[in-house]
Ligand binder design. Sequence first.
Ligand code: SF4
Length: 330
Amino acid sequence: MPTVPPASPPQAAGPVTFTAGHHFAVTGAASIEEVAETATVPLSVILQITKRCNFDCSFCSETLQLPDPTLAELDTIRTNLAGVGRVFLSGGEPLLRRDFGEIVDMYSQDFILGIPTNATRGLQYAKSMVGKVAFVNVGLEGPRATTNRVRGDYDEVMSGIRAFLEHGLPLSLSAVVYRSTLHALPFTYQIADVIGAGKLKLILPLRKGNALDLEEHEFISLDEAGQTFDRLIEARAVHDWRPALRMTTWTPETEGHMILVEVTGKASAWPVYDAPDLLEPLGNLLEEPVTEIWKRYRFKRNHFAKYLGKSIRTVANASTAAGTGGHARA
Ligand code: SF4
């Protein structure tokens, strides 16, 4: 198995470690509020290295197209992100960049790296990630028919997943939960178990981009989301599924918890429910360090609560017992 990069984010993020369960945990007795108050940088940042994608998912929030940042610009952003624990090299589809391997090399020395991907270019790039990427997070909404209908070519996704697995890359799956995908969730969890995924992340769609075209009845309520999670926990016990399970819903406790850096370097709190495009601008990482951006960020508590698994429902991986243990209701 390849080695996995740093187990601990820099001290600027406070008393927090990155666990084998693909997430963070507080090491001491500090409360979320204390950790958030003393931190000078974010724990985790989503950096878009492209807006391009070869899929057109029915729920995709990223439909605006802009040029990719150059390697020089990405290097400036890397310098300005100093102290951040984890960076997601995101998109669009990040593996569409022909220089993806160079970007991984550039960022892997300084950060824990997560790669959200549709996996369709997995065969080309799996090797370049070995030993440098902490985990790959593949979007999948269940078996062939559902994934083909709401996301893109299931067989292409699975061939990429096989390539990641053959290279020993730690993997998680992520599924968007709305009316059209509810029935497929137990199969998605089964797939996550069969491929040995560390976790299955469930996320409700945000009303942006393609999701604005979804029929209203596609958006499930918070109660339905909770019942869905409960049913999956029951099925997990019956079938002895191992991957951790997480569900993120959109509540006051999760508002603005992500810091999104777009291809222009613009950093925003995301999602902010009453902001234009759900983005609340914080500054630009081509022009200033993340410490300045952090000072303007008003969702520090939500940021730490989410990444420490306190504002979302979560059950730990049964194999590693990593994570918060038990589950918390948002
Ligand atoms: S959700 Fe991801 S894979 Fe789907 S179209 Fe958007 S960027 Fe591409």
